[in-house]
Ligand binder design. Sequence first.
Ligand SMILES: O=C(O)CCC(=O)C(=O)O
Ligand SMILES: [Fe+2]
Length: 308
Amino acid sequence: MAADSAVVADRVAETFAAEVKGLDLTPEVIDELGRAIFETYLDHKVLVFRAQDISAGTFAKFGTVFGRPEEHHVLKLRHPDEPTLTYLSNQNEPGRNKEMKTSGQGWHSDYSYKLVPGSATMLHGLEIPQAGGDTLFADAESAFAALPEERKAYLRTLRVRHQYRWSPDREDPWARWKYIGPEERRKTPEITHPLVRRHPDTGRETLFIQPRVIGSVIGIEGMPEDESTALIEELIAHITSDRFVYRHKWSPLDVVVWDNRCVLHSATTKDLDEQHVRRLLRLTTAGQPVTPSLPEVGHSRLSATSAP
Ligand SMILES: O=C(O)CCC(=O)C(=O)O
Ligand SMILES: [Fe+2]
């Protein structure tokens, strides 16, 4: 698709992810090549642009290539001039709690616990340690394609229950309420998404599942808990097996963008000593309710078992 465009991208993992060569993301280049960059992104699911010495304003403009950039609802997390940008940092930053230093650790797709989950997420590496703090990506679309047809047919019929900060801790099943207050609780009801979704731009099918604790997944709708947990663990192990994973080792000023509609990702910041500073700018674009592979399975909706 992108072969006849001015965007040259080299594959960096077996099934997905590519490094774009010879492009400086100036406002003019973004205007001129935005469409071609977007198509290259649909082809490869994760794009890396090395050594991008760009302003916050230009990074915010880059975000518009991938959809409608979202403004973060927490005002103090926003960049002072660009409301669509926030900082990710492993340092003590004003207005942040300790948990945020390692946010993103564990496999997930951004905002999968919402009725309208995330679309694209992109990061610009401002300060990057010599080693460590890599970001991992897993190609959930190729993982689905690799399954036997009979298995695919079964998985297409299932739905997954999600709720923000769900805790599977048997001793303390309501542990999530320790993290959030009544207003946040009201805004994060239990929802369900189809397990196999159809990408709104490419039409390709993908597994839309995250591990239970990190990904806020409760379980497969209507399935006994032990069976549901075993199935989720099996699928996550398959998606995150080596052949579907790309490990991004950051260099200063890298820009990386990924498609949450078909890949999982994980930070590795828990293993990074805080004396090694890691700061990045982040932007996300608004998504769509999840389209099922089979129409009769239905789109994202409030869970029938959702307590008020
Ligand atoms: O810090 C990272 O490597 C990834 C963080 C993350 O999960 C995100 O920005 O959505
Ligand atoms: Fe994330």
